[in-house]
Write a protein that binds this ligand. Sequence first.
Ligand SMILES: Nc1ncnc2c1ncn2[C@@H]1O[C@H](COP(=O)(O)OP(=O)(O)OP(=O)(O)O)[C@@H](O)[C@H]1O
Ligand SMILES: [Mg+2]
Length: 349
Amino acid sequence: MGSGPQSSVGSTAWDGPAIYVEDVHKSFGDVRALRGVDLAVERGTVLGVLGPNGAGKTTAVKILTTLLRPDRGRALVEGRDVARSPAAVREIIGLAGQSTAIQEELTGRENLDIMGRLYHLDRASRRRRAGELLERFDLVGAADRPTKGYSGGMQRRLDLALSLVSHPQVVFLDEPTTGLDPRSRLAVWDVIREMVASGTTLLLTTQYLEEADALANEIVVVDRGTVIASGTSQELKNRIGGDVLQFSVVQRDRRAEALEAVSGLSSAEPLYDEETARISLRVGADGSKALVETVRRLDALGIHPEDLGIRRPSLDDVFLSLTGHGAEQDGDAPKRRGRGRRARIRRER
Ligand SMILES: Nc1ncnc2c1ncn2[C@@H]1O[C@H](COP(=O)(O)OP(=O)(O)OP(=O)(O)O)[C@@H](O)[C@H]1O
Ligand SMILES: [Mg+2]
């Protein structure tokens, strides 16, 4: 159980970052899952660890939650070394892993009760805590039903509730919204925001750029076991420089021509996003010139663009520009050019 923010191993209180990771390596046989990861999370803030499948996100979370030992390097949670003092780390953390901790034959309330027992809470405290969390996660109505009948969103909310039973100071959420529909995702975002508002330090992993954008104070982008960029969402967006021109072409059979027409307008290649049916192009500082030229070229072809405009870069653009590969394909497939699917850190389950 949390014994207050002052607690630390030894006599002096820890005044460094709540989570501190230095040069952590981890291999599984030949697979180098982490190749020297550094990061730091200030107390009371949210770090978003953003990366595609296989980037090493879960491995990092498992090391920080003492489920795996690092091969090399150092990882501290509130000053407690995960390898040397795992029990001290476990006292102050909560984890909602990528696979559920729910026992599906039990009710939501029973699941919370069992978690309370693991933390040696007495019966009255367990009952009180379960009640509080069921309320907070909007599960009161379903509290006494077996969880196997819960929807995906309800199960995820219960998972988050389970991670909070012990009032942890530092919470790890491994892909808290993967597989949820948009409405359930927003509901989970709300409870995550509440957790942060109540002072919890949070590390969350995600493949969703919008999620990191919406929830994280700082973001580290992980690819193939290393941190390839870090900063606030805004800083990352600024890094790629310049604006993005985008438009859509309603006539499906003219999209290839439209792409062709705008290629060469800047040094970047135009991209076609199948999901949104939008064409986009990084245009650097001189967006208005590119805009005028685009209209001229499309007009000459008799193509009428819709929603033509200039926007600031998104994290999508950032990821593509940093890695040069679409995120959904583990990075090994060659980048499909021109009409290639837009890089989007997302996996559908
Ligand atoms: N126990 C294990 N044994 C062997 N290889 C492993 C093991 N755990 C992870 N790996 C490998 O380590 C790499 C990183 O895996 P990890 O699960 O950390 O990625 P991830 O970023 O969490 O991916 P995802 O988004 O799919 O959850 C992958 O290549 C994975 O196959
Ligand atoms: Mg994972």
